[in-house]
Design a protein around this ligand. Structure first.
Ligand SMILES: C[S@@+](CC[C@H](N)C(=O)[O-])C[C@H]1O[C@@H](n2cnc3c(N)ncnc32)[C@H](O)[C@@H]1O
Length: 263
């Protein structure tokens, strides 16, 4: 009897320790296969200004317009505040921007708030009416597929009706059927945050490589090794990192690729 009680207590302790250290344990088992870099490696605009010997902070270049969505607003599929600031800052130097996956339009709105006056933002997404076109491929993660259905719920966006809406063109289409050939070599900034299934992330990335201009940046969202719903994003990025130099940005779920390394 005592042996059984001790075994149960040990098992409860192991479970408790696992739950407490879930993130660290996952990090240990699911290692990133690409290099993680500090944000200033991505672009010089992120280099800190030294204010005092114990204080440094953002330069004027990266003081951006921002807004927050209170958690009780229940908006799905958003970037973190730090990631949103990175994308907003890059938008200040981007005239042509493309986004795969609009969702609530939070990031699209930030892009339009911070990009130059004459910039153009195209965001491609599924509307609830498009969902009957979506099929799960055998390589596609089930949770990522379910998330596509859960996140394709908007016909209007956070920027709808705002004065910045004129910069934005939303295309409601399955990206698998999107013909990118008229957009080759055009974009300064491409944000890949559409479907997170293998077939969609591969499709969106391959099209992005063709749409990027020589000085442009591709950003992928949700590179989180060990997270079930991000499994296909991680798998695809690891697969192509043999051919393309892709970096992970520390303390984010963002990865990036540039034709010209800005290091
Ligand atoms: C994670 S949300 C995007 C979040 C948004 N980028 C943001 O930062 O607020 C994913 C979006 O991708 C769209 N999506 C998923 N699969 C797609 C596909 N095959 N073609 C086009 N859009 C897709 C969904 O409709 C959803 O709006």
């Amino acid at each position: 009897m005592i042996k059984i009680i001790i075994t149960i207590l040990i098992l409860i302790n192991i479970l408790f320790l696992y739950l407490l250290n879930k993130k660290k344990i996952k990090k240990f088992f699911y290692k990133s296969k690409i290099k993680s870099v500090d944000i200033e490696y991505l672009n010089k605009i992120f280099t800190n200004k030294i204010i005092d010997k114990n204080l440094s902070g953002p330069k004027d270049d990266v003081i951006v317009k921002n807004f927050c969505i209170p958690p009780n607003n229940n908006i799905v599929g958003m970037t973190s505040n730090y990631e949103a600031w990175i994308i907003s800052s890059l938008s200040t130097i981007s005239k042509k921007i493309f986004e795969f996956g609009t969702c609530s339009g939070k990031t699209t709105y930030l892009m339009s708030l911070n990009s130059p006056e004459n910039s153009e933002i195209i965001s491609l997404t599924l509307s609830p009416e498009n969902l009957n076109e979506i099929k799960r491929n055998e390589l596609d993660n089930k949770i990522s597929f379910r998330n596509i259905l859960n996140e394709s719920i908007y016909n209007n966006f956070l920027f709808t009706g705002s004065k910045f809406e004129k910069k934005i063109k939303v295309i409601f289409q399955n990206s698998l059927n999107f013909d990118e050939s008229i957009y080759h070599n055009q974009f300064d900034l491409i944000f890949i945050d559409g479907g997170h299934t293998y077939s969609v992330i591969k499709n969106d990335s391959e099209k992005s490589f063709k749409m990027l201009n020589n000085n442009g940046i591709i950003l992928w969202h949700d590179y989180v090794p060990g997270k079930e719903s991000a499994k296909n994003v991680v798998k695809y990025i690891h697969n192509i990192s043999k051919d393309f130099e892709i970096f992970h940005i520390k303390d984010t779920s963002l990865c990036y690729y540039t034709k010209k390394n800005t290091l």
